[in-house]
Design a protein around this ligand. Structure first.
Ligand code: TGC
Ligand code: FAD
Length: 426
């Protein structure tokens, strides 16, 4: 957190400026523009946050980047990635206790930015584990549930998934059909039936956080389904293949037919959409940081390409105004996006971040990252079609980030409702 100004610094700020103090103030070397951090956002991070960002960036560049092309080509997600991240303390990093790192929201944002600089799919696998499942257990779980799952999940030894979306209900999860009723033969158990789709990590998850309507009340409740406790034939989690985006992550369905879940595995004190949406607040916040990481990687690659590629009288294409405009637009949106995410991160840790603020940065950063990456793709000409230039992968991924955790138009309706007081979805 920022320290309050020392009384000496406060006195200096409050003193009327004299000629000599003005001279002293401008005697520094002139500030230099850094295209990688155009508005100097790194001045606002604590030493600890900078150190965490460096650890995450090193891991991602040294360990994730070398395997992303094969993973994307073959649509393969290596579950060891979550164990590696766990070793470094990157999972569930904002959670206090249970062997988690307990860092600031801004530090967790810097982690997602580092991961998504390599690939949105890798960030997706991490977000689901950290924000959606561990975050949900931390906020709504019993002490027994926390003790049982969080220490293993922060190490990446127990993997989680989050099942809200259904084949017929995506933007409108309030209409979900999955039902939990008293188990017909097992005392103290519910029986879960229904189907979820487009669920990140579901084929490899050990614990599935499933949102279902309790038959007795008609209210949505959260259930922790442990795969190893499901009798044969009650749970299937088939992989969804042939995706044209997010291919380095694993996505599947959750098909439940009378899954027995002990009553102790239901979140006791939250009902309705407040449960899943509270988990989504943290995940959406992470995406706002992450997508800027993907955009920053697109900018760096497009800049390098534009400086090296020569056309017309052997000029680098970076010399031409239309190419420079694309780089300027993208760099400006990335810089604004990070500062907005940083502001919301500080407010989040003070308990002052309204969900609509998170909708605003999720929507804006996803939309701007997608639009700018698409424009930067043009700089690569025909080479953009080769996956070895990485830009096409970012563009395909960023379409998905704009779609999940609330499609951008849905976030504009959330904002519209907050601005006008009038609900537009129904
Ligand atoms: P609405 O009336 O707005 O709200 C119902 C209840 O929920 C509460 N609430 C929130 N609580 C905490 N945080 C938030 N952000 C909240 N938003 C709403 C609200 O106060 C109310 O509580 P209560 O106690 O009064 O009942 O509900 P609605 O049905 O009208 O909502 C409409 C809408 C459009 C806002 C909502 O359905 C929505 O956000 N739709 C988008 C669906 C979505 O985001 N799905 C995400 C699925 S998970 C996913 O995509 C993971 S991808 C992971 C990866 O790979 O990275
Ligand atoms: P729909 O709701 O059918 O929307 C289609 C279009 O209609 C959108 O453009 C939408 O904005 C628009 N629309 C809908 N209603 C309105 C309205 N009232 N006004 C104006 N426009 C409207 N879900 C999970 O629960 N867990 C996960 O882990 C998860 N991972 C995912 C991973 C991937 C790769 C993908 C692609 C999706 C994932 N999802 C997950 C699902 C995701 O959250 C949904 O796809 C998303 O919420 C949109 O729902 P939908 O696909 O049913 O689209």
């Amino acid at each position: 957190m920022f320290k309050s100004l020392s009384s000496r610094a406060a006195r200096q700020l409050l003193q009327p400026a004299t000629t000599s103090s003005i001279t002293r103030r401008y005697a520094h070397a002139p500030a230099v523009f850094d295209w990688k951090d155009p508005l100097g956002s790194s001045n606002n991070y604590t030493e600890e946050e900078l150190a965490i960002a460096e650890t995450a960036e090193s891991y991602c560049q040294e360990r994730l980047l070398p395997r992303v092309l094969d993973a994307y080509r073959n649509e393969e997600y290596d579950r060891n990635i979550l164990a590696e991240m766990g070793e470094l303390g990157l999972l569930g990093a904002t959670i206090q206790g249970y062997d988690c790192a307990g860092v600031s929201s801004v530090a967790s944002g810097l982690i997602t930015r580092a991961v998504e600089r390599v690939d949105s799919g890798y960030r997706s696998g991490m977000s689901v584990q950290s924000s959606l499942v561990m975050g949900g257990i931390d906020e709504f779980g019993t002490e027994e549930q926390k003790q049982k799952f969080l220490p293993g999940m922060t190490k990446g030894k127990i993997l989680g998934c989050f099942g809200l979306t259904e084949p017929n209900h995506g933007s409108d999860p309030g209409s979900l059909e999955t039902v939990a009723k008293p188990h017909p033969s097992k005392e103290g158990y519910y029986s879960l039936s229904g189907s979820k789709t487009w669920i990140t990590n579901s084929p490899i998850a050990d614990v599935l956080l499933v949102w279902a309507k309790l038959q007795e009340t008609g209210k949505i409740r959260g259930f922790l389904v442990e795969r190893e406790n499901c009798p044969p034939g009650t749970l299937e989690t088939p992989k969804l293949s042939h995706k044209n985006g997010l291919r380095a992550s694993i996505t599947g369905m959750i098909q439940m037919d009378g899954v027995p879940v002990t009553k102790e595995m239901m979140f006791p004190h939250v009902e309705g959409l407040r449960g899943p949406f509270s988990c989504l607040n943290s995940a959406r916040f992470g995406i706002a940081w992450g997508t800027i990481g993907a955009l920053e990687d697109s900018i760096a690659r497009a800049r390098t390409y534009a400086l090296e590629r020569r056309q017309f009288k052997n000029n680098p294409i970076a010399k031409y105004q239309l190419v420079q405009k694309k780089l300027s637009d993208a760099t400006t949106d990335a810089a604004y996006g990070i500062l907005a995410a940083l502001q919301v991160g500080r407010l989040k840790d003070e308990g002052k971040a309204a969900p609509e603020m998170i909708s605003m940065i999720k929507r804006q950063n996803c939309d701007r990252a997608l639009i700018n990456a698409r424009h930067l793709q043009e700089i690569f000409g025909g080479n953009a079609v080769s996956d070895e230039y990485h830009i096409g992968r970012h563009v395909a991924n960023l379409f998905v980030t704009q779609t999940y955790e609330g499609q951008s138009d849905i976030h504009s309706l959330i904002l519209g409702r907050a601005i006008t007081g009038i609900q537009a979805f129904v």
